[in-house]
Design a protein around this ligand. Structure first.
Ligand code: 13P
Ligand code: SF4
Length: 310
C-alpha cells in the first residue's frame, strides 16, 4: 500500500513505462490527475491523441464515452477507464431506439451526434462533432438535407444560430452547464467589468448571449493564453481552472459558478490511476456488433477536421 501522493506517482511512472501506457486526461479532471497525464485536453484533442498513439495501453481519465471513442479509434490497444462508473449524464439522455424512431419520422435526414453520446447512438449517426469543431462540421453538410442533432439541444441551438442551418434537436442537455445562469453571469460582469466572458456552448442560450466567446475547453485554454486581456469569467466546469491558472499565472480567472461541478469528472483520483495500471481494469470495449458503425461518424469527423486544418 502506498501512503503519499509522491509514492503513488513514482509507482504510476514505473507501471506507465513497464506497460507502455499513455495517460490521457480531460480538462475537467482533478488537478492531480491532469498533472500526471501525458496529455490533458478537450474531447477532440483527446480523440486525436487516442487515434495516433503508439502506446499499448491508454489510461483514459475522463468519462465513459471518451474511453469508448478511444477504443473505437484504437481497437488493438487496451483502453482503461480507472473508475467504471464515470459516465456523462447528457450522453445517457439519448438512446438508439428513440433516435431510430426520430430518423423514421425524417427519412433522408443526416444525423449529427455530439461526441458526448453512447456508442449505440453513434452507431445510428452519420457524423460526429465536438464542441471545438461543431460549426465547421455542420457547415460541411449538404444544404439540401435535413439535419437531426443529438443529444445536446443547447449546443444544437447554438450551431443553428451560428450556421443558419435549421436542425431537428434532441432535447438533451448538460446538467452541469445549465446550472450556470444568466443572472450569475450578469452579477460576475458587474463585479469584474473588464473581464471577458469565456463560455462553453453547452450552456443555455440566455447565458451564451452574455458571453464574449463560446468555446470548447481547449478553445478556452487557447484563448486565455493568447489574449492580451488579463481577467476572464470562466463559464464552464470548474476543473478547467487548474490549467488556466497554471498556464497563466499573471492572469485572473473567475469561476462564473462554483456549482458548475461535474461529479463524474471528479471520480478518478491518483490512487485509481495506479490501481487501474496494476489490475489493467476497467477495460472499455465497444461490442463488436456496433463498433464498426459507431466508428464511422468519428472517423468522418477526424477526416473533415484534418481537411479543414490544411
Ligand atoms: P470539450 O470537448 O469542450 O472538452 O467538452 C467536453 C465536455 O464534456 C463538456 O461538458
Ligand atoms: Fe457530461 Fe456535462 Fe459532465 Fe461534460 S460536464 S461530462 S457534458 S455531464
Amino acid at each position: 500500500m502506498f501512503q503519499t501522493d509522491k509514492e503513488i506517482i513514482v509507482r504510476i511512472n514505473e507501471l506507465r513505462a513497464e506497460r507502455n501506457a499513455v495517460i490521457l486526461a480531460h480538462n475537467y479532471e482533478l488537478g492531480e490527475v491532469q498533472d500526471i497525464a501525458d496529455f490533458a485536453g478537450d474531447s477532440l484533442e483527446l480523440s486525436q491523441k487516442a487515434a495516433e498513439t503508439d502506446a499499448d495501453v491508454i489510461v483514459f481519465c475522463g468519462v465513459k464515452f471518451m474511453a469508448e471513442t478511444a477504443n473505437l479509434l484504437s481497437p488493438d490497444k487496451t483502453v482503461l477507464l480507472p473508475v467504471a462508473e464515470a459516465g456523462c449524464d447528457m450522453a445517457d439522455m439519448a438512446d438508439a431506439e428513440g433516435l431510430r424512431k426520430l430518423k423514421a419520422e425524417h427519412p433522408g435526414a443526416i444525423v449529427a451526434c455530439y461526441v458526448n453520446s453512447t456508442a449505440e447512438v453513434k452507431a445510428e449517426s452519420d457524423i460526429c462533432v465536438t464542441s471545438s469543431n461543431a460549426l465547421a462540421m455542420i457547415n460541411s453538410l449538404p444544404e439540401d438535407r435535413e439535419i437531426i442533432f443529438v443529444p445536446d439541444m443547447n449546443l444544437g441551438r447554438y450551431c443553428m444560430e451560428q450556421t443558419g442551418r435549421k436542425m431537428i434537436l434532441w432535447e438533451g442537455f448538460c446538467p452541469v452547464h445549465v446550472r450556470i445562469t444568466a443572472d450569475q453571469i450578469k452579477r460576475r460582469k458587474a463585479e469584474y467589468p473588464n473581464a471577458q466572458v469565456l463560455m462553453h456552448p453547452e450552456s443555455s442560450k440566455e447565458s451564451i448571449d452574455l458571453a464574449d466567446y463560446a468555446l470548447s475547453t481547449g478553445g478556452i485554454l487557447k484563448h486565455a493564453r493568447e489574449s492580451s486581456c488579463k481577467e476572464f469569467i470562466i463559464a464552464t466546469e470548474i476543473g478547467i481552472m487548474h490549467r488556466l491558472q497554471q498556464e497563466n499565472p499573471d492572469k485572473k480567472f473567475i469561476a462564473a459558478s462554483e456549482q458548475a461541478v461535474c461529479p463524474a469528472m471528479k471520480l478518478i483520483r491518483l490512487q485509481d490511476v495506479l490501481t487501474s495500471l496494476e489490475t489493467m481494469e476497467t477495460k472499455v470495449v465497444v461490442p463488436e456488433e456496433i463498433a464498426e458503425r459507431a466508428k464511422r461518424p468519428i472517423v468522418r469527423m477526424l477526416e473533415e477536421t484534418a481537411k479543414l486544418s490544411k
